[in-house]
Write a protein that binds this ligand. Structure first.
Ligand SMILES: Nc1ncnc2c1ncn2[C@@H]1O[C@H](COP(=O)(O)OP(=O)(O)OP(=O)(O)O)[C@@H](O)[C@H]1O
Length: 933
């Protein structure tokens, strides 16, 4: 078999095999010849860099040779190894040949070889020499190699992207909107948010903590959604493995192959085995918005290697391990871990060495200074106890002071490993033995990666909001991945009140289309931690981006309409539930609708999250329009009574629960459930779903086994979230939270006209604009600064106001004592949620916001006028089927118009929307059947 290994090596990222870049080819132009990664380019560049002129008439082979002289090679290697990741990414991108070109050229050549037998490179026929090398490697499946390489290149590209700090352009729009979409505003928000959340937290500021780009309103072309992330099975080259280890972050899809499992890990670690209980984050198809580099913890979990096991391994290594030549390190590693990926392990060990200098932890200091009692209290410190014990028992390490300078600076490799989980062991001891706030004053923060909260180890940041950061986390016992939302308030009483209110409301919401609050903890002086399930497939925002604008829609209009109805019906269910509890969400938008995908689209689930803007509304709320449409309500009642019609009007997903009956989970049941699963079963969401005693009954039994989107089989997977911890660590006392933020605007493009008008009125009467319109922490800081002297009086007056007024009434404003405000009724009620729902519907269908303008006042007036592009909407919803005059999805069109109606008396209710949607399904039955997903 003929191979073009050299070509393959050249076409690999030059970073991965810089020393193999010689090209023994003729001057035949390479498809890559224009690439900066090609050898020709390197040859020219390198000489140019050292001031050597390259004769224009010099033959290409000569140029190539010159690039491979001993003189140039070290410099080239140096360059490649030190290239900035983003530049490398570009090189990788541009140097990559078209897969088809390359693979087909090889395949053709291979076919030729097959016909002609094993001969010299000449048998490649018309294949240019550069694509067909002259090396014969027995038993090498070159096609597979190329395919694997292509996969790894794709993933590596994603890795590079994720390792490259990205500029966040996220307009969560809770802030002041004066220049809400301008670059300055964006930068300003970044700065403020960084100041607010990061405060020197290198993790937050690192690429993996980089802010997320998810701004629909940005002029920047959205990042395309990533493809399904397949694990890479191709082992890395040595150089690549080491290169990656030099990054402070690594990739979700990085070097660790599934075949490279550490056997001893299985014996020692509680992390579950791949495929059943590996945290969902590892194999998830995350959106670009959530696609961030993994942490060390994640890498370990991919290896299914526990910190303990890693420590054990590190303890066995010779003290001078990192100073050994590569071949010896490899030998040692293979000796101690014979059946696993020595490269990955070596990378991991080296990574700890490289990052250890950032740590303020020194095992020496710890062993000598830390009282033993500090680390003997909790199980979670076992790792660290083991490490210190082992260090103490190790004759070589007995006298820490006798260590060579390098060792005393870096500590042992084991200690570096441990310190990668936390910069301070002492702080961890405090963290686990004392209140969380005990850590906040030290150099380490309790919300840092690697810290333990609510029985979970914190991992990477996967989301940023105006209020908090979202970190993945892993159950200490089972390794199951979940998520913790961390809202830091520190000294800001207003933010603290706000998050307390969020938790107070969130904990009461138990519905299978609402993200569950599994547990929470309040660190009085620092932050609120909310444990919840992780939903892996991004948000509806991501989905819409992937569908693109309707002009360039990636899916047919029929499918777009059908999926919109299917998804929004789920959201309706959640909203109806909330409204029935007299709670308005207040921040309905695409980004707050998490998406959990199943194997089939009919299994997709929309989960509503973010209750930071939620508040109660008065039962007699004038804008509670969901009860206004009496005709719809009465028709619904009669329909239910008749029973017959129910089967015609199909519910979108049969595992929906009647809210009032089964959505409230019994806490005792939850605890039993938790006990059962955590004691005897390795916890997996799927297992739980199937074995759960909460088997969710379909609302309407399916009449057939059709897999139609709206005729779902009873055996469909159940929602994965459950309540294993509900309130387990709850010690929070919810004091009188004061007035609800009834006049805050969640996200400006989704804000209803009545909300804006009300806000305008208040703006004109108040100089304290920030307090009204911006619960954003950064704005709060501004407000707090400007009101520092009156802050306490404001707070106390707030408390008084709350005692005298009903929630949802304007004079309950936190700053009511500061202004002479009119006693207007708050416009924030169900109608505002419905308006926002209309904005969402439009955006999903058309692929762009109905109201959008860079200039905030213009945007506000657009919303208040209710002007939006209906033609685009009509094109999507009212297309002609098969060029007939038949109008499709008229009801969907009408619904959007109905939601985006300024007149509150005419704005549609949730019931009406639901009914129309169900009728749409019925009317368009043939489409659903035709396009069954
Ligand atoms: N359980 C989860 N699983 C996966 N991703 C999540 C989860 N919860 C939140 N996210 C991601 O994090 C982002 C921010 O979360 P959330 O909206 O709760 O924070 P926030 O501070 O209230 O943000 P904002 O108010 O600006 O929308 C979400 O848009 C989503 O992309």
């Amino acid at each position: 078999m003929y191979t073009s290994q050299r070509q393959l090596r050249q076409n690999e990222s030059p970073i991965s095999s810089p020393s193999r870049s010689s090209q023994p080819s003729s001057g035949t132009p390479s498809p890559l010849s224009g690439s900066p990664a090609s050898n020709h380019s390197y040859g020219r560049d390198m000489r140019g860099m050292v001031g050597i002129d390259i004769p224009a008439n010099e033959a290409a082979p000569e140029r190539v040779k010159s690039s491979d002289t001993l003189y140039f090679r070290p410099k080239k290697i140096y360059q490649m190894e030190h290239e900035h990741p983003s530049r490398s990414t570009l090189v990788q991108l541009h140097s990559k040949p078209h897969p088809d070109d390359f693979a087909s050229s090889y395949k053709n050549a291979n076919a030729d070889a097959g016909r002609g037998g094993v001969e010299s490179g000449k048998s490649c026929g018309k294949q240019p020499l550069h694509t067909m090398g002259a090396e014969y490697v027995p038993d090498l499946d070159f096609t597979k190699l190329v395919d694997d390489w292509q996969k790894s290149s794709d993933d590596f590209y994603e890795f590079r992207n994720s390792a490259t700090p990205q500029v966040e352009i996220k307009n969560d729009s809770k802030g002041n909107y004066e220049l809400w979409n301008s670059p300055e505003a964006i930068l300003g928000r970044h700065q403020l948010r960084r100041d607010s959340f990061s405060q020197g937290n290198s993790d937050s500021m690192s690429p993996e903590g980089s802010l997320l780009s998810r701004d629909l309103y940005s002029n920047v072309k959205p990042i395309p959604l990533p493809r399904n992330s397949q694990p890479i099975f191709t082992p890395l080259s040595n150089l690549e493995a080491e290169r990656r280890s030099s990054y402070t972050t690594s990739s979700n899809n990085n070097s660790i192959t599934q075949s490279n499992k550490l056997p001893f890990a299985k014996l020692k670690y509680s992390l579950p085995i791949q495929g059943t209980t590996v945290p969902a984050s590892f194999d998830s198809n995350v959106s670009s918005l959530n696609f961030l580099p993994t942490t060390t913890l994640s890498t370990l979990s991919e290896l299914q290697l526990s910190p303990n096991a890693m420590v054990d391994l590190i303890q066995k290594l010779p003290r001078n391990f990192l100073n050994l030549p590569y071949s010896q390190r490899k030998k040692v590693m293979i000796e101690y871990a014979p059946h696993q990926d020595y490269k990955a392990l070596m990378s991991l060990v080296k990574k700890f060495m490289l990052t250890s200098s950032k740590s303020n932890f020194s095992l020496t200091g710890f062993v000598n200074n830390a009282p033993a009692t500090e680390v003997t209290t909790t199980n979670s410190n076992n790792n660290f106890q083991n490490a210190s014990r082992n260090q103490s028992n190790n004759g070589n390490d007995n006298n820490a002071n006798a260590r060579p300078p390098q060792r005393s600076r870096h500590g042992s490799i084991a200690s570096q490993f441990l310190s990668s989980f936390s910069p301070s062991m002492t702080s961890i001891a405090n963290m686990n033995t004392n209140s969380l706030s005990g850590c906040a004053s030290g150099s380490v923060r309790p919300d840092d990666k690697g810290m333990e909260i609510l029985g979970h180890r914190l991992g990477k940041i996967i989301g940023f909001g105006a209020w908090g950061i979202i970190r993945e986390c892993f159950d200490i016992e089972t390794g199951v991945g979940r998520v913790i939302k961390i809202v830091k308030f520190k000294g800001h009483a207003k933010i603290k009140r706000q998050v307390l209110r969020e938790v107070a409301i969130w904990r009461t919401l138990k519905h299978n289309r609402i993200l569950p609050l599994l547990d929470w903890r309040l660190d009085e002086n620092y932050a609120m931690y909310c444990l919840t399930e992780r939903i892996n497939e991004g948000t509806l925002y991501d989905l819409v981006i992937s569908w693109d604008e309707s002009k360039r829609s990636k899916i047919s209009f029929a499918e777009r309409c059908k999926m919109t109805i299917f998804l929004i019906l789920q959201l309706l269910s959640a909203l109806k539930y909330m409204h029935s509890k007299k709670i308005v969400h207040g921040d309905i938008k695409l980004e707050n609708c998490l998406l959990q995908k199943g194997h089939k689209k009919s299994e997709w689930k929309v989960i509503l999250c973010d209750f930071g803007m939620s508040c109660h509304f008065d039962d007699k709320h004038p804008y509670r329009n969901d009860t206004k449409d009496k005709s719809i309500n009465s028709s619904k009642r009669s329909r239910n009574e008749s029973g017959e019609e129910t089967s015609l009007v199909k519910y979108p997903t049969t595992n929906f629960l009647p809210d009032e009956l089964t959505n409230d989970f019994d806490v005792n049941e939850d605890l039993k459930y938790q006990f059962k699963n955590r004691k005897y079963d390795s916890y997996t969401p799927k297992k739980v779903a199937s074995s759960s005693s909460y088997s969710l009954k379909p609302l309407n039994s399916p009449s057939s086994s059709s897999s139609n989107l709206f005729h779902k089989p009873a055996s469909q997977p159940q929602p994965q979230h459950r309540y294993p911890f509900h309130g387990r660590h709850n010690t929070t006392v919810f004091p009188n939270l004061g007035p609800e933020p009834s006049k805050y605007i969640g996200s400006l493009p989704y804000a209803s006209p009545e909300l804006l008008k009300y806000s305008d009125t208040r703006r004109s009467k108040s100089v304290d604009l920030h307090i009204y319109d911006s619960p954003d922490s950064s704005q709060s800081e501004i407000s707090a600064a400007s009101l520092s002297s009156s802050n306490s009086s404001s707070t106390s007056s707030t408390g008084n106001a709350s005692m005298n007024t009903k929630p949802g009434v304007a004079k309950n404003s936190p700053s009511s004592s500061l202004i002479d405000e009119p006693c207007n009724t708050s416009p924030l009620g169900p109608a505002s949620d419905i308006w926002a729902l209309g904005v969402m519907l439009y955006t999903i269908l058309v692929g762009k916001l109905p109201f959008n303008h860079e200039f905030e006042p213009r945007l506000r007036s657009l919303i208040k006028s209710g002007e939006f592009d209906r033609i685009s909407l009509a094109q999507v919803c009212k297309y002609d089927k098969k060029s007939t005059e038949e109008t499709m999805f008229q009801g969907l069109y009408d619904t959007v118009i109905g939601c985006l109606t300024i007149d509150l008396d005419k704005r549609w209710s949730l019931e009406r929307i639901e009914e129309v949607f169900q009728n749409e399904i019925k009317l368009n039955e043939s489409i659903y059947d035709d396009n069954d997903l």
